[in-house]
Design a binder for this molecule. Structure first.
Ligand code: GLC
Length: 741
């Protein structure tokens, strides 16, 4: 295709007159800004959804085509593919200034090749693999005409009732920050201007995951100390990694909706943190400030959002009709509009869209990325690393490939699309490309084994009509593999649940199969921590597989039959009941800490529940076993900016080569504010052959001791500290040090 377009005269002038001294992007932005009318500027702050798919409640039915040609649209979302993006970009080239459109989309865990859901990837604790996952997603999306992904979602999630925990990296600020960094680097690659760069978007700013009751879009109220200590660090990490954009969140924070919250967007993000990118609202969140009772109408909402730092209005249609009048009335200053527009134009220049608006519109490149077998292999590798082995009594797992009769039972055994999880795209040929678990095991075992199958029950209804057949199937087998859990769309946006037990009658099916006396392995597919206490207490082998993407079933089969030794560790605590939520590992001790799980004698505990969760943060088993030596400390008394080295020797004492996530936790014993019983401050994922041992060391400086005090000062205080290293947040070796200023 011949790429040519008539540059407006002034672009040609700039090119000729400034050949000698290349204008900086800021100078080019200023040149364009000077030419723009107020309406054209406001147009850049307006984003519409494409007419093909919606990821939120559609409010308007504007003639988008006409408005693009009139320069009233700066960006579009949910426009997929070179053909469609090119079609709309050609309309933008008909405007007076030919300012190109930005195309954004939720490329959350893959585009054509679907990777594990982000919470699953987080369970891998493998930052290089996570970065590569994002890099591949960017390669495929940028080849499909997309410039910008609304990811990574970096919201800390401590409440599994909130369906969007599937989209993040779990409950911990340190792990969440490391993963935010990896994902931003993965998406943006070698930087804007590269043909496979994809602008990242750190979302949802901020504290969206702390919604009261785990109910999506609900209010958030917390101390600024907790906001800074727990919820902001992954956003700061994303910004430090160069995130191009931020997206604000739907929730109100301490009474002010994030979209109209200048403390968040002006004081912190653009002020203290000096963010130079732009902020896009979440879908309709500008106009939704009316529902919040914070704006009386769309005009006031536009004023509040623009003044608070929301640079682009996604789908609420508040900026376009009202900002010009607000300028006339002096309620929004021109400097606010110019700042927002400059931020948006700068990204368009950096992406190379002014030089070539069709830079990402290459059909051949799109086709070449469409069935990239390397990408599929990488996604399968990521999937294997994301699987968490929760239980393996009597080493039932791994199974022998010579097992004669295997019963596959459960509503997910023959499922296909569920492997994709939420925030994934349905392609017409998915059923051909995505194996079910049944397919994957059949392919792996070939004719060696006789696979028996019964569905047993559905995911959510209460019919037990299939139980009898399932029991009979189990009785004919040597071993039973059950695959139960959620549907892919049961965890995700607007999927909060008050009951996160294994849905329907699935646990009753497990009981019925268990009663046959056959050895049972249970695999659970879900987008969030679920509650399955009876299974946890009675079934000998349990594998948590999240949603693992296009080749997820093959990854599960690899784990079941020893072609991969599971290495995942939980990025979120698993509660025993909903009543225990919120429950997380880095809690405060309280004045009456329970001495153990059964202590209820005037202590902080439930009288009807053990104090501990079902599974703790950082927990996950392997087919092999790892032994930790006592902790070795380079010093036990330190002063000022000295450095401490803490080490353990980890030995693979089992019969399989394996990977272990060695975790470092610190505890500040006494401080001017109460401090968590432990905080993750480092981790290393190591590979050890069977019989191999290795010394693993962590370097600790006062930086790792810092926290926010009551004045929001980020600093450390002298005192005693516990240093803990282990294979989970509770299975640790502990040492003590004192550190003076
Ligand atoms: C949705 C989500 C947000 C997403 C946006 C565009 O409502 O909250 O995460 O990026 O709309 O799809």
């Amino acid at each position: 295709m011949t790429k040519f377009f008539i540059y407006p005269v002034f672009f040609v002038c700039i090119t000729i007159t400034t050949k000698a001294q290349k204008k900086t992007i800021d100078q080019k932005v200023d040149s364009v800004l000077r030419l723009m009318t107020l309406d054209e500027k406001i147009g850049q702050m307006n984003q519409y959804n494409g007419p093909w798919a919606a990821t939120g409640p559609l409010t308007g039915n504007d003639d988008i085509v006409t408005q693009i040609k009139q320069g009233k649209v700066g960006s579009m979302l949910n426009v997929t593919g070179v053909a469609r993006t090119k079609e709309l970009q050609q309309l933008a080239m008909q405007t007076r200034l030919k300012i190109p459109l930005l195309f954004g989309q939720d490329i959350i865990h893959g585009h054509r090749t679907i990777f594990p859901i982000p919470l699953g990837e987080a369970a891998s604790w493998d930052l290089k693999a996570i970065e590569l996952s994002a890099r591949i997603a960017a390669t495929e999306a940028s080849a499909a005409g997309v410039h910008w992904t609304f990811a990574p979602m970096v919201d800390i999630g401590r409440d599994p009732r909130w369906g969007r925990v599937m989209e993040g990296a779990g409950e911990d600020p340190y792990l969440g920050s490391a993963i935010a960094t990896a994902r931003v680097k993965g998406f943006q690659g070698k930087g804007f201007g590269n043909i496979d760069a994809l602008m990242a978007c750190a979302k949802h700013f901020a504290a969206y995951g702390a919604a009261v009751g785990g109910r999506d879009y609900n209010s958030v109220d917390m101390s600024l100390r907790q906001l800074h200590e727990v919820y902001l660090p992954p956003f700061k990490a994303a910004l430090d990694a160069g995130a191009a954009t931020f997206m604000n969140s739907f929730n109100d924070l301490n009474g002010i909706p994030a979209t109209g919250n200048s403390y968040l967007q002006r004081d912190i993000l653009k002020g203290q943190w000096k963010f130079k990118g732009f902020v896009v609202s979440d879908w309709g969140s500008v106009g939704e400030m009316i529902n919040h009772g914070f704006s009386k109408d769309n005009k006031e909402a536009a004023m509040q959002a623009a003044n608070a730092g929301s640079d682009m209005d996604m789908e609420s249609r508040s900026y376009l009709p009202h900002l010009a009048q607000l300028i006339k009335e002096g309620k929004v200053k021109m400097v606010v509009i110019d700042d927002a527009v400059k931020r948006i134009l700068k990204k368009k220049f950096e992406m190379g869209l002014f030089d070539d608006p069709f830079k990402f519109s290459d059909e051949a490149r799109e086709k070449a990325q469409w069935n990239n077998t390397t990408h599929l292999e990488v996604s399968k590798d990521m999937a294997k690393k994301s699987i968490v082995l929760l239980k393996n009594e009597k080493q039932i797992l791994p199974l022998s490939k010579q097992t004669k009769k295997i019963a596959l039972i459960g509503p997910l055994v023959k499922s296909i699309k569920d492997h994709l999880g939420f925030w994934s795209y349905d392609w017409d040929d998915d059923t051909a490309r995505i194996p079910s678990l049944y397919d994957a095991i059949q392919t792996k075992l070939g004719g060696n084994s006789n696979l028996l199958y019964s569905k047993g029950c559905n995911i959510i209804d209460t019919s037990k009509a299939g139980f009898a057949e399932a029991v009979a199937t189990a009785q004919q087998s040597d071993i039973v593999i059950m695959y139960v859990g959620e549907h892919r769309a049961m965890s995700g946006e607007a999927k909060s649940k008050s009951n996160i037990q294994l849905p329907g009658v699935q646990e009753e099916l497990i009981k019925a199969i268990h009663a046959t006396g056959k050895p049972v392995v249970v695999i659970i597919g879900a987008g969030r921590p679920l509650i399955f206490n009876w299974t946890a207490n009675n079934v000998p082998a349990i594998v948590y597989s999240w949603w693992l993407g296009t080749k997820g079933a093959e990854a599960i089969a690899d784990v079941l039959f020893a072609d991969y030794n599971p290495s995942g560790k939980l990025p979120m605590t698993f509660p025993r009941t909903e009543g225990q939520i919120p429950v997380y590992y880095n809690y405060y001790k309280t004045g009456r800490p329970a001495a153990n799980d059964s202590d209820v004698n005037y202590v902080s505990a439930y009288i009807d529940l053990p104090n501990s969760p079902q599974y703790v943060f950082g927990y996950g088993l392997s087919y092999t076993s790892f032994n930790y030596s006592e902790i070795e400390l380079s010093k036990t008394s330190l002063k000022g900016n000295q450095t401490l080295t803490a080490s353990v020797t980890v030995s693979n004492t089992g019969n399989y080569d394996g990977e272990e996530v060695v975790q470092l936790y610190l505890r500040d014993m006494v401080a001017s504010v109460v401090r968590p019983v432990k905080e993750l401050k480092g981790f290393q994922k190591i590979k050890l052959s069977k019989g191999e041992r290795r010394k693993v060391s962590f370097t600790i400086t006062p930086e790792e001791l810092k926290f926010y005090n009551t004045d929001l000062k980020y600093s450390w205080e002298a005192g005693d500290f516990q240093v803990m290293i282990g294979g989970s947040s509770t299975d640790v070796k502990t040492g003590k040090v004192s550190w003076v200023k």
